[in-house]
Design a protein around this ligand. Structure first.
Ligand SMILES: O=C(O)c1cccc(C(=O)CC[C@H]2O[C@@H](n3cnc4c(=O)[nH]cnc43)[C@H](O)[C@@H]2O)c1
Length: 228
């Protein structure tokens, strides 16, 4: 719920929410769950750079109160099984930094920028309750993990990681630049680990995304941005 003054009167309305998916199939899965005109869904492209550019462009054109990065994802096993939902309490970029002989250094340890954005905690809890999504860290990667060794390395560096996808951090950077809070909600299509593209359960994950958004839309529409 958003408070506004119109012609001297204090009125309320639902927040305007922008949902950013990577590809049109994910956009359509989210849109299937929505009624009303307060939540808009766009496909912003694959990867953090495309996602940041398209999200920033959308935010520059239209004022939104909240941005949600959404779509399918790889799930770390056994915590995030295929078909389950995860909601990010931390959106962390996993491969922005420098490789050294002592291992990976995130950009923050090089003295630059940020690697994590934190969605509003009360809203994360409300979405987890409404949808059954598990809350935890969702990693953003530019390269889909394809080996057990890389999966183990990511989990060692990010013990709270539940899932990896490719857009959340880019969407979050754009949202933060516009002063707008951000969420990430993902449906798990595949385990993070050895590459087996044929085994991705994209249909099941898209169905879970539609069901999840059906449950979270009322929560988003009644959210008070002052309840961070
Ligand atoms: O081929 C299709 O029908 C189709 C339908 C919906 C989505 C796709 C994608 O390929 C989406 C790519 C998107 O998915 C995320 N993703 C999914 N699994 C992983 C993963 O294991 N590691 C990283 N990212 C993953 C990611 O956000 C991609 O942008 C195809």
């Amino acid at each position: 719920m958003v408070l506004q003054v119109q012609e001297g009167l204090l009125t309320t309305s639902s927040p305007r929410v922008l949902v950013a998916t990577a590809v049109p199939a994910e956009r359509d899965a989210v849109a299937r769950a929505l009624t009303g005109d307060r939540i808009s869904v766009i496909a912003v492209g694959v990867g953090p750079a495309a996602a940041a550019a398209a999200t920033a462009t959308a935010l520059a054109r239209t004022p939104y109160d909240l941005v949600v990065s959404a779509g399918i994802a790889g799930g770390f096993q056994p915590e995030a099984p295929v078909g389950s939902l995860v909601v990010a309490d931390e959106i962390t970029v996993a491969d922005l930094g420098a490789e050294t002989s002592d291992g990976f250094l995130p950009v923050t340890e090089l003295g630059f920028g940020t690697v994590t954005h934190r969605p509003p905690a009360a809203l994360v809890r409300a979405l987890a309750t409404a949808t059954g999504a598990r809350p935890g860290t969702v990693l953003t990667v530019s390269t889909v993990t394809g080996t057990a060794a890389r999966a183990a390395e990511l989990r060692a560096r990010h013990p709270r990681a539940l899932a990896e996808a490719m857009e959340g951090f880019g969407v979050a950077e754009a949202a933060v630049a516009h002063g707008v809070p951000v969420l990430e909600l993902r449906a798990v299509s595949n385990p993070v680990g050895p590459r087996d593209r044929a085994a991705w359960r994209i249909g099941d994950a898209l169905a879970a995304l539609t069901e999840g958004f059906g449950k979270c839309a009322p929560v988003l529409e009644s959210w008070n941005p002052y309840d961070q």
